[in-house]
Design a protein around this ligand. Structure first.
Ligand SMILES: [Zn+2]
Length: 203
């Protein structure tokens, strides 16, 4: 990717609500350019998923969750972005030979981080894996979302949350070089590309 196309890619995600706001987000994204949280240790995350039965298999080979499925209502068939505005500074996928398990969205410290879909809080606290203050939400039998590097958490384990509900305030805690949310969607243990589920035109 050339520098020009990289910039064009950044611009494409701009909310463009106000020129100065966009400039600020662009600056945040630039600050994060060298950020490498692809080395986040997902061990603690997998531990949480395992504890809640997401990774446990019954003797018949089926997944035993002990969890009542509930319907996930999503926005226009898609999931909501976890921020009202910001710039994606790093996409899901391979970077420097390692896999980035989510997307990074640069924004200002203290802005609302919102639930991407209705669900229940599996974990809210400080993670040992470099994620900083992290929230993990469960949306159905096998799907979870994760919001990392928060400044402050506004939910607790077992809370029920609605789509778009503020669950944390954005920050730069854990292994992070600037304010952003590292956002993951997982189906069982496997992280999937969030852009495949999020509304396309938002950022
Ligand atoms: Zn990240």
């Amino acid at each position: 990717m050339t520098a020009a196309s990289a910039l064009a890619a950044l611009l494409a995600f701009a909310p463009v609500q106000a020129a100065d706001e966009f400039e600020r987000y662009l600056q945040r994204a630039k600050e994060l350019k060298e950020h490498r949280d692809d080395d986040l240790d997902e061990g603690p995350v997998l531990k949480v998923l395992k504890e809640h039965g997401l990774l446990a298999k019954a003797e018949d080979g089926s997944f035993r969750t002990g969890f009542r499925p509930f319907h996930v209502r999503v926005y226009g068939g898609m999931w909501r972005w976890p921020l009202k505005a910001g710039i994606v500074s790093s996409e899901y996928g391979k970077r420097w030979g390692k896999r980035h398990q989510g997307i990074d969205i640069a924004a200002d410290v203290g802005v609302a981080v919102m639930a991407a879909a209705p669900g229940r809080v599996l974990f809210a606290g400080e993670s040992q894996g470099g994620y900083g203050n992290v929230v993990i939400l469960r949306h159905d039998e096998k799907t979870t979302t994760l919001y990392a590097h928060n400044e402050k958490l506004l939910v607790r384990a077992n809370d029920t949350v609605g789509a778009g509900q503020t669950i944390a305030l954005l920050g730069s805690t854990g292994r992070s070089t600037g304010p952003h949310v590292h956002f993951e969607i997982r189906v069982r243990e496997k992280a999937v590309n969030p852009r495949k589920r999020l509304v396309k035109s938002r950022f």
